[in-house]
Design a protein around this ligand. Structure first.
Ligand code: SF4
Ligand code: SF4
Length: 379
């Protein structure tokens, strides 16, 4: 069996979605593990109340086809997610309507309970508070959307399972793991905990630029499947021209031996190079991870720390787009934002660069900015 499979999917027309999903699923894990009566939880990406053509969320046309395939096997598909903010019926019903989930012939999660779980094998997150609905399912499918991401560079298979942390708890996780490397290790721990039977990627229309909520749609025309989220992410990083060494979850997964460093080591069903998207707008220089080991010893660590801080991307407000709604101030886990004259002002010393403000700004006014030194060093 190949590590992963991809298939062209030129549009969200039902026949295109069906052909692509059937091909990639058959080429990888298949659905023989799905038995009659099983409740199969589909962890979609429902990051915000955005319409499907905004390319921020998993498209309902693909979910419709997947749910039909599951129902044909006698299973009960259940779709859910917990984006940032309130994890309540009111909040999620609004998101289900906006993202088109209410048009999909499937159960939409209505259990907003949470559970404490222990992750004894974890590297960093030995316990976690997770959404109860997915624990109650008999099987899990992770159906993500390919997007650029302010904090992690890439929002794809590995990052999508952060949506199993209740939205109200997410700021705490950002505060607990402020360094991108630690946050990435926590995400990999979560991936290992859930170990979905199947991962699927909606890359029919991806999101570039100011992702994961306010970027621009960019058609790639394909769907991917596999059993290992990091292998999917490695190929997807290459598809959008993102250096895998700048993706913290990939670095964490490589160091644990979960994915090879080089994409050439993967066996892929389908010619992925045909789908490489030149000029895709990424946020790849955000972490400066590539400068980690410039020099040895204490002096080297100090210098590397200085360099990392100097080149690390930061949030910045585009005043012409800001409407002063205060959502960024409310979501900021570090309390680094205060409103002055109706506009947010960020305390650089307090900011932990989690990019929650950028992710949740409803107007796309909060941008990922690269300092001048970063622009000079990383071109
Ligand atoms: S969330 Fe966006 S629009 Fe609202 S105050 Fe912050 S920057 Fe301005
Ligand atoms: S200002 Fe933005 S990036 Fe900085 S800590 Fe607050 S939410 Fe995170």
């Amino acid at each position: 069996m190949p590590d992963l499979a991809l298939a062209p999917c030129p549009s969200y027309a039902p026949e295109d979605c069906r052909a692509a999903l059937e091909q990639v699923i058959a080429a990888t894990r298949g659905l023989d593990w799905v038995k009659p009566g099983m409740r199969v939880g589909i962890k979609a990406n429902l990051v915000a109340a955005k319409k499907p053509d905004a390319a921020a969320t998993t498209h309902p046309a693909l979910l419709e086809v997947l749910c039909r395939m599951l129902r044909d096997r006698g299973a009960v598909p259940v779709i859910g997610d917990s984006p940032g903010g309130l994890y309540t019926a009111l909040a999620l019903n609004r998101i289900y309507r906006a993202t088109g989930m209410d048009t999909v012939d499937a159960e939409l999660n209505a259990d907003f309970g949470v559970r404490e779980v222990s992750l004894p094998e974890a590297k960093i997150a030995k316990t976690a508070t997770v959404t109860a609905w997915l624990l109650a399912c008999d099987g899990v499918i992770n159906f993500c959307k390919l997007k650029s991401h302010g904090m992690m560079g890439l929002s794809c298979a590995a990052k999508n399972l952060f949506g199993t942390i209740p939205g109200t708890m997410k700021p705490e996780y950002h505060f607990r793991y402020p360094k991108p490397e630690d946050f990435a290790d926590m995400l990999v721990d979560l991936d290992e905990f859930w170990k979905p039977q199947l991962h699927l990627v909606d890359a029919v229309v991806a999101m570039e630029g100011n992702g994961p909520t306010a970027g621009a749609p960019r058609p790639l025309g394909l769907v991917l499947a596999g059993e290992n989220p990091h292998k999917l992410d490695l190929v997807c990083a290459h598809l959008i021209g993102l250096d895998p060494k700048t993706v913290p979850t990939l670095c964490a997964a490589v160091s644990r031996g979960l994915v090879p460093e080089r994409v050439e080591a993967l066996s892929v069903d389908g010619d992925w190079m045909r789908f490489v998207c030149p000029g895709f707008q990424t946020i790849s220089e955000r972490s400066g991870l590539q400068f980690q080991n410039l020099m040895k010893g204490k002096g080297g660590a100090l210098f590397s720390g200085f360099l990392r801080r100097s080149i690390a991307a930061r949030p910045g407000v585009e005043k012409s787009l800001c409407v002063g709604c205060r959502k960024c101030e409310q979501i900021c886990p570090a309390k680094a934002i205060t409103m002055k004259g109706g506009r947010p002002v960020i305390s650089r010393g307090t900011c932990i660069r989690c990019f929650c403000c950028q992710e949740f700004c409803p107007k796309g006014a909060m941008k990922v900015r690269r300092p001048p030194l970063a622009r000079l060093l990383v071109r």
